[in-house]
Design a protein around this ligand. Structure first.
Ligand SMILES: *Cc1c(COP(=O)(O)O)cnc(C)c1O
Length: 360
């Protein structure tokens, strides 16, 4: 009765919202600690909150559909031209545009064994086949082998990778790009790039503008603290951006989202503060893992993945914590006996360590 391609899609399971824990377990919202969706524990820049409050009545107006000011802000930040930028309702929407312009029922996408779930969901909507490399890490040789044998239409490089937190070396990213035929696209999803310190792993959109078939994706949802406003972007050569514009609906982000993204771009200090807090608290998560002999994946993001051995069940641990008001992300649906924990404030992390210690 419905599009047959949809039968194969597992509906995206978002991190559990605070409201659910309030409803189901009768815990007050202020006592719930959400470390499940990689949001910024500092919230958003106070400048953003102020601007939204002051401009609330603009909710009545359609946004500036050229998104001129936001594109100017991104142009400045990344040293690219406005014509190289497309804005989406989250970078999720840019992923959707990319799938639209590239995929049909005889297409293939290539991704690492464990990565962002939306790549598959969009691919399957078009009946495209999903090819995976053997490892969760982005191993250049594994990608190149599959590119040669399968000739995928889209190659996804998620760096740093969600939900594992590891980043891919620049040289490996370029090796994968160079091995990809010119009529296939390479998507470099950099949702967490703000947290990457090591120069060998840091990439910027200008690294890829010389390639006609590569797009850089970024978002305001993580380090910029605007997950609730849904603003992301793609940066690529003009030819590719022009094609993506053909499938973009008008007014695809809201007036207040646009304003929030523009304001947040003026407060780089807030981003720097967020990244510094993350680094400091990440150290505590590494220490905790070592002290409890938990295996973890060294992370270049604002979350850490703890891998459990057979003694423990990640789903049970996540549920037990949730009943006590701390939400983390169980990775059982990715085929891992592991949990992904967003790095919170010191107080939030204290609470997580306290509850998790009791589980172990
Ligand atoms: C969070 C995330 C995104 C997109 O988030 P939006 O809120 O849609 O901008 C994209 N890719 C990865 C890997 C992410 O973790």
């Amino acid at each position: 009765m419905y599009n047959k391609y949809l039968e194969d899609i597992k509906t995206y399971e978002a991190g559990k919202p605070i409201e659910l824990v309030v409803r189901e377990y009768g815990i007050e919202a202020k006592d719930v600690v959400k470390l499940a969706s990689n949001e910024n524990p500092l919230g958003c820049s106070p400048k953003v909150a102020e601007a939204i409050a002051k401009n609330a009545s603009k909710a009545a107006l359609y946004p500036d559909d050229s998104m001129y000011e936001l594109k100017e802000a991104l142009s400045d930040r990344f040293s690219v031209a406005s014509e190289n930028i497309i804005i989406g309702a989250g970078s999720d929407q840019v992923l959707e545009f990319i799938s639209h312009v590239k995929l049909n029922s005889s297409s293939k996408i290539l991704r690492s064994a464990v990565t962002f779930a939306m790549y598959d969901i969009y691919a399957k909507q078009f009946g495209a086949k999903v090819i995976t490399t053997p490892s969760y890490q982005h191993i250049a040789n594994e990608f190149i082998e599959k590119i040669e044998s399968e000739n995928p239409d889209i190659v996804y490089i998620c760096t740093p990778n969600n939900p594992t937190g590891d980043a891919t070396k620049r040289e490996d990213i370029f090796a994968i790009i160079e091995a990809t035929p010119k009529d296939s696209l390479v998507v470099v999803d950099c949702a967490y790039m703000e947290y990457v310190e090591d120069e060998d792993y840091r990439v910027t959109p200008t690294d890829f503008l010389k390639y006609d078939n590569v797009i850089y994706l970024g978002t305001f949802s993580k380090a910029y603290g605007l997950g609730g406003m849904r603003v992301g972007y793609g940066i690529a050569n003009k030819g590719l951006i022009d094609v993506l514009y053909k499938v973009r609906p008008p007014f695809n982000i809201t007036t207040l989202s646009l304003l929030a993204a523009i304001e947040s771009s003026k407060d780089e200090e807030f981003v720097a503060k967020s990244v510094a807090l993350n680094k400091e608290q990440m150290g505590r998560y590494v220490e905790f893992a070592n002290s409890k002999a938990i295996e973890y994946i060294p992370s270049s993001t604002n979350f850490i993945t703890y891998m459990f051995d057979d003694k423990y069940d990640s789903s049970k641990i996540a549920t037990n914590l949730m009943k006590q008001g701390v939400i983390i992300r169980d990775l059982a649906s990715y085929g891992l006996n592991a949990v992904r924990i967003t790095i919170g404030t010191a107080t939030q992390n204290d609470r997580l360590f306290e509850l998790l210690s009791k589980e172990l």
